[in-house]
Design a protein around this ligand. Structure first.
Ligand code: ATR
Length: 274
């Protein structure tokens, strides 16, 4: 019998998770399939009940359900609770537990690229949902100073209270400097825009973007001359690797998964350039 896994989100049709996980199941000879379930917000509670009814073994959760889904689960992992977002559900004998693997994705992306976070001054652009997982990873990684710039200052202030980072006004982003800069807003997604000018990125040694369409965003293209760049697929890959481990207890074939999602994004880029 095949076990069922999947992703819930709105939209999900372009999700790369089915490619990654189905490949990993096949490669590891695990009898399981992973599907994409397009779930509207008003159906979220019913979708979660559906996991129980259909005995779905695990789910990835994506935008816009990562926060609200916490209301319908039996248990929430401590770190997911702190980040206030669940991106992974594990169904253990009918008990649904929520985890967050996004922060591990961020930490591992830096780790595999040989970037040390210890004692670094790090600038984070954006204070949305994704930013929380990034900030948590930076704290775990031992960053010395974390400055968060956000268009809506109050949201950065909330993160200051929650994580002890430093909230900075958006107008001051043009003067930002430090060791590492991380772009967590949706600016540059399917568009050729960057929240900062070239002069700003020139003051950093490492630049990461969490946007991966296009793979090389304008932000990364500007940074490339001065800094080591890390694209958004790295975080996506390693949050998926950690999900697979939570569901199966098995280390997935990371290199194969990586190759597959980069190929797919190249195809998606062709679509987006049309
Ligand atoms: P996600 O879960 O992907 O982080 P989100 O919670 O909606 O999504 O957050 C989006 C982030 O992108 C926020 O930091 C948002 O800034 P605001 O808090 O001011 O809304 C930021 N963002 C989106 N569009 C932006 C723009 N045009 N300029 C600057 N920041 C923008």
């Amino acid at each position: 019998m095949y076990e069922v896994y999947g992703i819930i989100g709105d939209p999900v049709s372009h999700s790369l998770s089915p490619i990654m996980h189905n490949l990993a199941f096949k490669e590891k000879n695990i009898k399981a399939v992973y599907g994409a379930f397009w779930v509207k917000s008003y159906d979220l509670a019913k979708a979660i009940e559906g996991i129980r009814a259909l005995n779905i073994k695990g789910l990835s959760v994506t935008v816009p359900h990562k926060e609200k889904v916490m209301n319908y689960l039996d248990e929430i992992d401590e770190i997911a609770y702190k980040i206030e977002a669940v991106n992974t559900i594990v169904n253990k004998k009918g008990i649904l537990k929520g985890y967050n693997t996004d922060w591990i994705g961020v930490l591992e992306a830096f780790n595999v690229k040989g970037v040390k976070l210890e004692n670094k001054k790090i600038v984070v652009i954006g204070a949305g949902g994704a930013s929380k997982a990034v900030i948590y990873a930076l704290i775990k990684g031992g960053a010395k100073e974390i400055l968060v710039y956000n268009r809506t200052f109050e949201k950065a202030k909330l993160l200051e209270k929650k994580f002890g980072i430093i909230a900075k006004p958006w107008e001051e982003l043009k003067d930002a400097y430090g060791d590492i800069i991380i772009q967590t807003t949706s600016v540059g997604l399917k568009s050729w825009e960057s929240p900062v000018e070239e002069e700003v990125v020139s003051r950093f040694k490492v630049a990461m973007d969490i946007v991966y369409l296009p793979l090389k965003t304008k932000f990364l293209a500007l940074a490339e001359k001065y800094a080591q760049i890390i694209d958004g697929l790295q975080m996506l890959l390693y949050q998926g690797v950690e999900q697979f481990k939570l569901w199966t207890g098995i280390e997935p074939p990371i290199k194969l998964m990586e190759k597959a999602i980069y190929e797919e994004v190249k195809n998606m880029e062709k679509e987006f350039l049309k």
